[in-house]
Design a protein around this ligand. Structure first.
Ligand code: GLU
Length: 447
């Protein structure tokens, strides 16, 4: 096989969320796993709803994720090519002018349905003579343009869904150009895929029916269609659909919440596949494990709890360098490597480090139960001399055990509560030096 060329084609009318990032990722993994090319196509033919700000944000998000593209272009710069393709289809008799208003079409649909027929466009515009058309245009009507489907079955072997067929007799001839001359998505996408020599169209299964029409347009304009892969859609943990504006799962919010790119990518790469959901440290590792054959047919359930669990796995080995800037914003006092190495095992996201920073550097309220007062006083007296180091906790608690006869929870918990004000938290041996001698003594004395 020659190297694949794929494209991810977002519309800059909203932010990227986990649903469309998954499509981008699958394209990327497939292409890069075989030394192929990943193209970012900006689908901005809808000039009303597309914005530069969304385009910039999409590019920033993909860059943050590491889904770098080899090439990018905007559809809005290619109207000449679309016009040329439309002219060619008109010449071939495959693009025809229609004059029905939305209301008229709606009425036709209702009548068809009431007669038990599928609501497919009846092609009455094909019978219009030049005179009819001139008359309609004199009335002020403008044409919209439909592609004439063959009425045959379009068949392809989908890389995810297996053998597919769309009966083009059972779908309406798709409108390619609106009354105001603007293009719907269908034609520009095909023209671009031909010009960019796309070998594989990989997208969500909401496009399966489109593919029927698009394959016919590919054949009319370019000879043959690319390979197709349609992946099941991502649904939320309850099985509901994701909306593009699902703000809490947009990339910028996930980043702000301290979720790492590789947690998102590991989850999205494995979700709905036969592989286990496990953290991977690089896109290359994910690419090495990718195969269309592993993707199942059922909708893939995206559960935020999986995302946090993967993030926790990754954070336990994340070096200080990687979180330095974020940490400096979240807990300025705690932006140092020993602190990070001490707390990361107890964090799900870098934000959790804030609690530990408060323990180490903030004003905490020691908690000492009445039964433990004497024990804590003893502990203060037995604190080893000199600077508190990584060894201190062990030496100290051994001495305390010997002296008081306490062990296990009875030995450790009162100390943890007196020193941190909490019952849970990072390994005490590690956090103790961060608290420092002065504060340790102060906290034990307050008790
Ligand atoms: N802009 C289209 C979408 O976001 C692209 C679909 C495709 O990949 O062909 O749905």
């Amino acid at each position: 096989m020659t190297s694949p060329i794929v494209r991810f084609a977002p519309s800059p009318t909203g932010k990227l969320h986990v649903g469309n990032v998954r499509t981008a990722l699958i394209n990327w993994l497939f292409a890069k796993g075989q030394g192929g090319t990943f193209v970012l196509r900006v689908d901005d033919t809808d000039t009303e709803r597309s914005t530069q700000a969304y385009e910039d944000q999409i590019k920033a998000d993909l860059t943050w994720l590491g889904l770098v593209w080899d090439d990018t272009f905007n559809q809005s710069k290619r109207f000449d090519q679309y016009d040329a393709a439309a002219a060619k289809l008109r010449e071939m008799g495959l693009l025809y002018a229609c004059y029905e208003t939305a209301d008229e079409l709606d009425r036709k649909r209702k009548i068809a349905l009431s007669r038990g027929r599928p609501p497919v466009y009846d092609r009455s515009a094909l019978t219009l003579t030049d005179e009819d058309k001139a008359k309609l245009e004199a009335e002020g009507r403008k044409p919209h343009w439909r592609f004439k489907l063959s009425g045959e079955r379009v068949e392809w072997t989908d890389l995810v869904r297996g053998p597919q067929s769309v009966d083009t007799a059972s779908v309406s001839d798709p409108v390619l150009i609106r009354e105001d001359g603007s293009y719907l998505y269908t034609l520009p996408s095909v023209v671009d895929d031909i010009d960019a020599k796309i070998t594989h169209v990989v997208r969500g299964e909401d496009h399966v029916t489109n593919s029927g029409a698009q394959i016919e347009i590919f054949k009319a304009l370019g000879g043959s269609a690319p390979e197709m892969a349609h992946t099941p859609l991502l649904v939320d943990a309850e099985g509901g659909a994701f909306s593009k504006r699902l703000g809490s799962l947009s990339m910028d919010t996930l980043e702000a919440r301290g979720i790492f790119p590789m947690a998102i990518l590991s989850l999205l790469a494995k979700l709905g596949t036969s592989d286990n959901i496990e953290a991977r440290e690089s896109l290359e590792a994910l690419a090495g494990e990718f195969s269309f054959d592993k993707i199942g047919r059922a909708p893939a359930k995206f559960d935020e709890r999986d995302l946090l669990a993967l993030n926790a796995t990754l954070i336990h080995t994340t070096p200080y360098e990687a979180v330095k800037d974020q940490l400096a914003k979240i807990a300025p006092d705690a932006a140092n490597e020993p602190f990070w190495l001490a707390v990361r095992e107890n964090c799900q996201t870098v934000h959790d480090a804030k609690d530990f920073a408060d323990i180490a550097y903030g004003q905490i309220e020691p908690v000492v139960d009445e039964d433990d007062e004497a024990f804590i006083a003893e502990a203060r007296d037995l604190l080893p001399e000199g600077e508190v180091t990584g060894e201190t906790w062990k030496t100290w608690t051994s001495a305390l055990k010997e002296k008081t006869g306490r062990k296990g929870r009875g030995l450790f918990m009162p100390l943890r509560k007196a020193l941190t004000g909490q019952e849970h938290g990072p390994d005490m041996g590690t956090i103790l030096p961060l608290i420092g001698r002065e504060a340790v003594v102060r906290r034990l004395s307050k008790a």
